[in-house]
Design a protein around this ligand. Structure first.
Ligand code: ADP
Length: 494
């Protein structure tokens, strides 16, 4: 099968969150299963790591195109690159006015004013790339930034160009909270007829909504975990799009993300002090812990539990729980490490907490991939009390590193963590700790249960070993995506 996977970010080219990890790991897994995979991304020169030009073999293809975005015709160029250590070809859409910027979507936490225009341009570029580098059997859009693509194919291209006649389209929702919602006049930028600007298709409370557009027009829609696929069909977690999602019936499928175990596994991780596996856990993980304590400036105490969190600092990730009861969170002997960037209010909270408790709390307000790896290896417990969590990657990384997760049982957190209980400890299936109600009481109760379990070395080790032996690789998830691709293709083979 020939697959074009479209995304606004992918490691190692650009990353702001989970989508970047998923996009490249899924491409690689599909390619390993024998499919021909092309990944298309915007070219963000300012975000490339040092040495990227030669490491990722970035070079011009010599192909250019002109995309019409509203009244403007804009030229772009296709660059070619390679996803490192894989057969996956990468097309980078080069248009400096739109993408040569310090971050993909926001500047100082404020979205760029021309985000709609930028990603309509990118979507049109994807159609051009599909023409020049195709034909493809499947075009896979991800999140609002590329959600217009299925609509462009359905409304314009299928009739116009044989290349698109039978292509299957898929939209994956990584986080429904981000919808690409813009004022109604931006409808003109899409180039689609205003007749589609109605409440059943592209309109949403008077605005243009790109994610809704994708949900309506894609052949198949996926969400990044089975629980999340169900949750988004309810008013509680549907962000107003639950009716559109429910309308898709069984064309909406949940597939749990995998982990890129070449990068995120303690046995091979190149950033951590010493590698370890289930057998060497006891000798080597403490060395990673001591290294971490030293790096973040906390006292090197092997017996004190290190509790970590790596996250966008946002309401979604559950920071309000800490804000409501910082003293109760600290009412134990644990050390806390927070690594993240995001909303000012939470950044200030984390900084203040670290300032008030310099020997107990490290507050690191930055994006630091290398430190993220060291934290996964060196910490004992990992917190993810998210209000909602489409899939979440860190709880899965944590399990593989024997760093037991404490999670709110929602979305992908509920699908991936088996909470410790009498039964799950007895049958050796427990992989972490979880609470059902999103409030301070239940969170602290579970957190304290985890700290108590930490003191029981035998039980702790058993849970660590179960967590570390989970098969969280992309192999299964990629197979499930292929099933969805086949269903999308089948819709046009009648
Ligand atoms: P989301 O995509 O909602 O932000 P996920 O848990 O799905 O959350 O993915 C977040 C990814 O981003 C993880 O790989 C996590 O390690 C990484 N990450 C988030 N914040 C930081 C940070 N400040 N430094 C390094 N990595 C980070």
């Amino acid at each position: 099968m020939k697959i074009l996977l479209t995304a606004s970010e992918a490691v190692p080219f650009a990353k702001t969150g989970g989508l970047a990890d998923v996009a490249s790991a899924l491409c690689e897994a599909l390619s390993k299963q024998g499919h021909e995979v092309v990944l298309i991304l915007p070219h963000y020169p300012q975000l490339l790591p040092r040495g990227a030009q030669s490491r990722f073999k970035i070079k011009p293809t010599g192909e250019s195109f002109v995309a019409t975005v509203g009244p403007r015709e804009t030229r772009g160029h296709f660059l070619q690159a390679q996803l490192p250590n894989s057969e996956v070809k990468v097309i980078l859409v080069d248009q400096p006015d739109y993408f040569d910027r310090p971050s993909p979507y926001v500047y100082e936490n404020i979205p760029y004013e021309d985000n709609c225009e930028r990603f309509v341009f990118f979507s049109r570029a994807i159609i051009e790339a599909a023409r020049q580098f195709g034909p493809f059997d499947v075009i896979h859009a991800n999140d609002w930034q590329t959600a217009l693509v299925p609509a462009l194919i359905e409304i314009e291209q299928r009739k116009r160009d044989d290349l698109f006649k039978k292509v299957g389209t898929i939209l994956t929702i990584h986080n429904l909270a981000f919808q690409g919602r813009f004022w109604h006049w931006d409808m003109a930028l899409t180039g689609l007829d205003w007749k589609y600007f109605n409440w059943k298709q592209m309109e949403f409370f008077g605005d243009l909504n790109l994610l809704k557009t994708g949900i309506v027009f894609a052949d198949m829609v996926t969400a990044v975990s089975p629980s999340y696929a169900k949750e988004i069909c309810t008013p509680d977690l549907g962000w107003g799009l639950d009716p559109a999602l429910s309308d898709r019936g069984d064309s909406l499928v949940g597939i749990l993300n995998g982990v890129d175990v070449k990068t995120w596994h303690p046995d091979v991780d190149r950033f951590i002090k010493v590698n370890y596996d289930e057998k060497t856990l006891e000798q080597n993980k403490p060395l990673c812990k001591a290294d971490l304590q030293k790096i973040v400036g906390l006292p090197e105490k092997p017996e004190v539990p290190v509790v970590a969190m790596i996250s966008r600092l946002s309401q979604q990730k559950g920071f309000d729980l800490f804000k409501q009861a910082p003293d109760r969170l600290l009412d134990n002997d644990a050390q806390f490490i927070f690594l993240g960037t995001g909303e000012r209010e939470y950044e200030r909270f984390v900084k203040d907490l670290a300032k008030q408790h310099p020997t107990r709390v490290a507050g690191l307000i930055r994006f630091d991939e290398e430190l993220a790896h060291k934290i996964e290896a060196g910490a004992d417990l990992f917190l993810m009390p998210s209000e909602f969590e489409p899939c979440g990657l860190n709880q899965m990384y944590s399990m593989l590193y024997g760093t037991l997760p404490v999670v709110h049982a929602v979305g992908g957190l509920a699908d991936s963590v088996v909470p410790a209980s009498e039964t799950t400890l007895k049958n050796k299936t427990a992989t972490g700790f979880s609470f059902k109600k999103q409030n301070v009481e239940s969170f602290l109760k579970t957190f304290n249960q985890a700290l108590e379990t930490y003191r029981n070395k035998k039980t702790w080790k058993q849970i660590q070993q179960t967590a570390m032996s989970q098969d969280l690789s992309w192999t299964n998830s990629a197979k499930n995506y292929v099933k969805v691709y086949n269903r999308a293709i089948a819709r046009h083979c009648k």
